[in-house]
Design a protein around this ligand. Structure first.
Ligand code: GDP
Length: 522
């Protein structure tokens, strides 16, 4: 098979959602279809109780798959499916955002009883800033939830994206009868179990189905469907692929109901790996020379060896174990002898991979996040990974002032590696660490102790809203403890606003000052 044919088979995506929306349940179902696991329940076990904050390996062990950011891959209907896990809960971190730079599409799960929740919104913003196509699965239709039309409206308003319902639910909770499959023009009947029955639209008029079609719930849904057909948005695959429209599916991951149909449609529409920008122009995934970039580095996966694994998204050509590649940043040659693909807690060795695949490679402390690896004669680097706006801030210092040198060294390296973001207070010059999730502080503290032998102490600043300023508009007198003026590692100024209220108040008072939201500019 040619490289291009291999590439065309790849479907690489992540599932984004707020905790408890049903990501694990849905993932399990997909793995079942892919025959990767024999019974649902295998992926579970991540929500085990407490852990000692000092021991980060323990955190990993206990949370298993969710921290080890696994990649699940399996063949399905002629395609090669790669699902990247995006950790939620307390494991939410900048890595979660970065994972989205390595996928070609995203499945967004929304709990029908809750609508759009905080974490979904954050992850959605990253998808939009990257122009990633988004497919929506509205889950838990077997429970009483919000009205379908209300949910669509919420998606359109809060996320500012066009919706196109691929199917339309008839009732919900105890009255849930099934869905109209607008794509296949059939009614899919919910029988309260895994068995789905399919009734083509034209057969619905037959006497066999009188009992179904005369129910008030059915009639109401049919009316809504007619309205959608007449007044709703038209389906456009182009709009979907450019991130302007999201196809919406309704179902239940638990039942499961509507999951297989959803997956089949999703797989047929989701994009295969697309060309990516580099400093040397656009690189096609079918390009014969291997290339890829590091989007995540996992430290200390094996306590005995203290080794690190760099997660690489293959962007072109063919990866072969043992091949030599060039690290573009340093122009050094590295032999990729060890490689692994990680499924749950087992590590399988990968011998070959193509554009779209994700591989874990042994990191002899050589890689940084965003690094490009290439084979062949051409030299180029993939676009830098964006800086994502942190939300949590803490002042940090070495417990023992005598350790200032190691402290500086450790912090510099961890910043370079992308484990944390560092800021300096404009007035006091104190160190401030910005993170997307609490876990990043735990990891930072653990690694400072274990790798640099420095105990660190934190002073909480709390949640803040960061907005970058234009250099020429910086006016120190406008800021104070509430709205702190700080510098990022490149020396750019930003303000950490206390809350939404402070931000709006500031905007009102200073309409001429541009406040830049990183989610909006990338
Ligand atoms: P995650 O945190 O997003 O991975 O969510 P889980 O998959 O662990 O699901 C959270 C809870 O919701 C679990 O108790 C699931 O059994 C339940 N759940 C998931 N999908 C459905 C569904 O379709 N219907 C109902 N009633 N419950 C569901």
């Amino acid at each position: 098979m040619s490289i291009q044919e291999e590439v065309n088979k790849r479907k690489t995506f992540a599932i984004i959602s707020h905790p408890d929306a049903g990501k694990t349940t849905l993932t399990e179902k997909l793995l079942l279809y892919g025959n990767l696991i024999r019974s649902a329940g295998t992926v579970k076990g991540k929500k085990s109780g407490k852990y000692a904050t000092s021991d980060w390996m323990e955190i990993e062990k206990q949370r298993g798959i969710s921290v080890t950011s696994s990649v699940m891959n399996f063949p399905y209907k002629g395609y090669q499916v790669n699902i990247l896990d995006t950790p939620g809960h307390e494991d939410f971190s900048e890595d979660t955002y970065r994972t989205l730079t390595a996928v070609d599409s995203v499945v967004m799960i929304i709990d029908a009883t809750k609508g759009i929740e905080a974490q979904t919104l954050k992850l959605f913003k990253v998808c939009r800033m990257r122009g990633i196509p988004i497919f929506t699965f509205i889950n838990k239709l077997d429970r009483e939830g919000k009205e379908p039309l209300e949910l669509l409206e919420e998606i359109e308003e809060v996320l500012d994206i066009e919706t196109y319902p691929m199917n339309w639910p008839v009732g919900m909770g105890k009255r849930f009868l099934g869905i109209f499959d607008r794509h296949e023009k059939q009614f899919v009947q919910y029988n309260g179990n895994e068995e789905e029955s399919y009734i083509p639209y034209e057969e619905l008029k037959q006497p066999d189905h009188t009992e179904l079609v005369t129910q008030a719930t059915y009639e109401a849904a049919e009316e809504e469907l007619t309205l959608l057909d007449e007044a709703g948005d038209q389906f456009s695959l182009d709009a979907v692929l450019s991130g302007k429209q999201t196809p919406v599916f309704f179902g239940s991951a638990l039942a499961p109901f509507g999951v297989e149909t959803f997956f089949n449609t999703f797989i047929s529409m989701a994009p295969a790996p697309t060309p990516r920008k580099t400093t040397g122009g656009v690189i096609q995934p079918g390009n014969p020379d291997f290339s890829g970039f590091v989007f995540k580095i996992q430290a200390n996966m094996n306590p005995a060896h203290r080794d690190r694994v760099a997660f690489l998204r293959v962007c072109s050509g063919k990866f072969e174990r043992g091949m030599s590649v060039t690290l573009a940043r340093t122009n050094k040659t590295i032999k990729l002898a060890q490689s692994q693909q990680i499924v749950a807690s087992d590590r399988d060795t990968v011998d070959e991979a193509y554009a779209g695949d994700i591989i874990g490679i042994y990191d002899p402390n050589a890689y940084q996040i965003g690094d490009t690896l290439i084979a062949g004669k051409d030299r180029y680097e993939y676009d830098e990974l964006p800086q994502f706006p942190p939300e949590l801030f803490k002042k940090v210092a070495a417990k023992n002032v005598m350790k200032a040198k190691q402290f500086k060294k450790g912090i510099d390296q961890l910043v370079q590696e992308g484990a944390i973001q560092l800021f300096r207070d404009k007035r006091t010059e104190s160190y401030i660490i910005g993170a997307v999730g609490e876990l990043q502080y735990e990891v930072f503290q653990y690694r400072m102790k274990n790798e640099y032998n420095v105990d660190v102490v934190f002073e909480t600043i709390g949640e803040r809203i960061p907005r970058w300023l234009k250099q020429e508009q910086v006016n120190e007198s406008l800021f104070d403890e509430r709205n702190m003026l700080v510098r990022d590692r490149e020396g750019n100024f930003l303000v950490l606003f206390k809350n939404e209220f402070s931000l709006n108040w500031f905007k009102d008072k200073n309409p001429n000052i541009d406040l830049i939201d990183l989610f909006e500019i990338n």
